[in-house]
Design a protein around this ligand. Structure first.
Ligand SMILES: *[C@@H]1O[C@H](CO)[C@@H](O)[C@H](O)[C@H]1NC(C)=O
Ligand SMILES: *[C@@H]1O[C@H](CO)[C@@H](O)[C@H](O)[C@H]1NC(C)=O
Length: 122
């Protein structure tokens, strides 16, 4: 192995471990928070790369929820059978598995008003 190649491998290892160790905390919608007609949450999520261990924080008003649903609950905007649900106004979710997560708010017309998005966690 050449010296150059060995150095490159080392740099890649350092980058990889930095990426997997430093969990990031994301506030959904940034300063706008989680609310109707505020933010395009699809765009918000698509502009980021999520890794296992990252945390999503939701700040929202009464009447809204954070519901993690399955794929079917997502496309039908149905939070009757959520994987997880909270309406406390402040919800923190650790993305601890490499998979797709689907979030909606169960308030009336909340999905119509943009309160739904998916994240793919690497
Ligand atoms: C929502 O899903 C539940 C089952 O999870 C079902 O019983 C209910 O009919 C659904 N509601 C609507 C409006 O589709
Ligand atoms: C994964 O995250 C969920 C929700 O934040 C939590 O309830 C669960 O204990 C976590 N599992 C592990 C293995 O950390």
């Amino acid at each position: 192995m050449s010296k150059y190649f060995g150095g490159l491998v080392l740099v890649m290892l350092v980058l990889f471990s930095a990426q997997s160790c430093l969990a990031k905390v994301y506030t959904v919608g940034d300063s706008e928070g989680w609310g109707p007609k505020k933010v395009n949450y699809f765009d918000w999520a698509n502009s980021k790369k999520f890794f296992t261990g990252d945390i999503l924080e939701f700040n929202y008003a009464k009447g809204h929820t954070v519901a993690e649903v399955d794929n079917y609950g997502f496309v039908t905007c149905n939070a009757t059978n959520p994987i997880f649900s909270d309406d406390s106004g402040h919800t923190s979710i650790t993305l601890n598995t490499s998979r797709e997560y689907f979030f909606i708010s169960a308030g009336p017309r909340d999905c119509d008003f943009g309160m739904w998005f998916a994240v793919y966690v690497k």
